[in-house]
Design a protein around this ligand. Structure first.
Ligand code: FES
Ligand code: FES
Length: 161
């Protein structure tokens, strides 16, 4: 299959790549950009481990072709920390013990970041609803929800969780 030249912006970097049209964004991020923080679980849109932000919207990277990312702003878990300081969500996940094996964590972080950026006053019920779209086999979700609530409060006050 003929490859296509694309240029994608991920976090603060631009990657000029040559990819097959069928190559998905998750594989491109991991294998072509070297950004292995985006995890791949089911590869068919169910688990959410591959969630990244595309122009601020949480998107399953296994369901998006890399060529569709041209011209869009992609954010991955590698771009969350700022100047060596963890993002309030990352801090809250640690403090609330919101991970065990951690495989699902990058997807949850990106999902939660998208939700909190879109609506800083998101309700508890809306957080539960939003987080239910991703799968975690370890935590039972209680601590993930607690972490997102903690980050919601700290992001409102501009604090660091
Ligand atoms: Fe993309 Fe599971 S790997 S949703
Ligand atoms: Fe193990 Fe979520 S922490 S799958």
């Amino acid at each position: 299959m003929d490859k296509i030249d694309i240029s994608i912006r991920v976090n603060e970097d631009v990657f000029d790549l040559r990819v097959e049209p069928r190559r998905n964004l998750a594989d491109t991020l991991r294998e072509d950009c070297g950004l292995t923080g985006t995890h791949v679980g089911c590869e068919h849109g169910v688990c959410g481990a591959c969630t990244v932000l595309v122009d601020g919207e949480p998107v399953r990277a296994c369901l998006m072709f890399a060529v569709q990312a041209q011209g869009k702003k992609i954010r991955t878990v590698e771009g969350m920390a700022c100047g060596g300081c963890p993002h309030p969500l990352q801090k809250a996940f640690v403090e609330q013990h919101a991970l065990q094996c951690g495989f699902c964590t990058p997807g949850f972080l990106m999902l939660a970041q998208g939700v909190l950026e879109k609506n800083p006053n998101v309700s508890d019920a809306e957080i539960v609803d939003a987080m239910s779209s991703n799968l975690c086999r370890c935590t039972g979700y209680h601590n993930i929800i607690a972490a997102v609530k903690q980050a919601r409060e700290s992001m409102k006050t501009g604090g660091s969780a």
